[in-house]
Design a protein around this ligand. Structure first.
Ligand SMILES: CC(C)(COP(=O)(O)OP(=O)(O)OC[C@H]1O[C@@H](n2cnc3c(N)ncnc32)[C@H](O)[C@@H]1OP(=O)(O)O)[C@@H](O)C(=O)NCCC(=O)NCCS
Length: 208
């Protein structure tokens, strides 16, 4: 993959479609690549855009986080990523314009059980329902099984988050159960669905 840094962009006199701040800081780093997206490390320079996304009610209402997320809290989260061996979190980049579009990761990585939990967020509502989420989930699952040698990847999702549920089902996750009224969001109790995928299911090839 060719690398193109900010300096290269200026030399080419190419006007970026987005402010450089919202692009990957410094030279492009590709940690793991898919068809339309790739993963890269999350950097401290991403703090502003991540904070904007996570404070958007359309985003945080679907996650187990509540605002406000200020700069300190956001920065601490990014710093934790480099110190905590129980999680592997990437930035999702769209290949077409090399723009950071969200984050995806495996948390609660447990060595003895070879298991982890998946989480994902595509930051801008305008980028939803373009297939990015589905591809990012599939790629993260592949990373979990092929690189981390996991045996099980689980996740939790609010019962009314149909966009996410559809995305997980298409990636091969199986509905395992329901935690009744386990969450309180948007003025009411909500059920939380449990989904999981085992290595055997993934290796069967259907979802790889
Ligand atoms: C959930 C999320 C990651 C999905 O990413 P995405 O890029 O929007 O998803 P995709 O475009 O890959 O797929 C969405 C699927 O849901 C379907 N869908 C969308 N709204 C739907 C609805 N109300 N009912 C049923 N299906 C729906 C889409 O048609 C698509 O299915 P298809 O592939 O069969 O057409 C993204 O919307 C997001 O980040 N949301 C906010 C954070 C979040 O909810 N994270 C998950 C927490 S568990």
């Amino acid at each position: 993959m060719t690398t193109l840094c900010e300096c290269d962009l200026r030399q080419q006199n190419t006007k970026p479609k987005m402010p450089i701040r919202e692009r990957a800081p410094g030279p492009q780093v590709v940690s793991y690549a898919g068809e339309r997206i790739y993963f890269r490390p999350i950097e401290l320079e991403d703090e502003t855009i991540l904070r904007r996304w996570i404070n958007d009610p359309s985003v945080w209402r679907t996650l187990c986080i509540r605002p406000p997320v200020n700069a300190v809290r956001q920065q601490e989260w990014i710093e934790t990523l480099s110190k905590d061996p129980t999680q592997t979190v990437f930035g999702i980049v769209a290949r077409e314009d090399r723009r950071l579009i969200g984050t995806v990761g495996l948390t609660n990585i447990r060595a003895a059980e070879r298991s982890a939990d998946l989480g994902i967020s595509v930051g801008e509502v305008a980028w939803w329902e373009r297939g990015y989420g589905r591809e990012a989930v599939r790629l993260m699952v592949r990373y979990g099984f092929e690189e981390l040698n996991l045996n099980r990847i689980g996740l939790q999702v609010y019962s009314d988050n149909w966009r996410a549920i559809r995305c997980y089902q298409k990636a091969g996750f199986v509905h395992e159960g329901c935690l009744s009224q386990a969450a309180y969001r948007n003025g009411r109790y909500q059920d939380v669905y449990l989904f999981a995928m085992l290595r055997d299911q993934w290796e069967s090839g259907q979802y790889a």
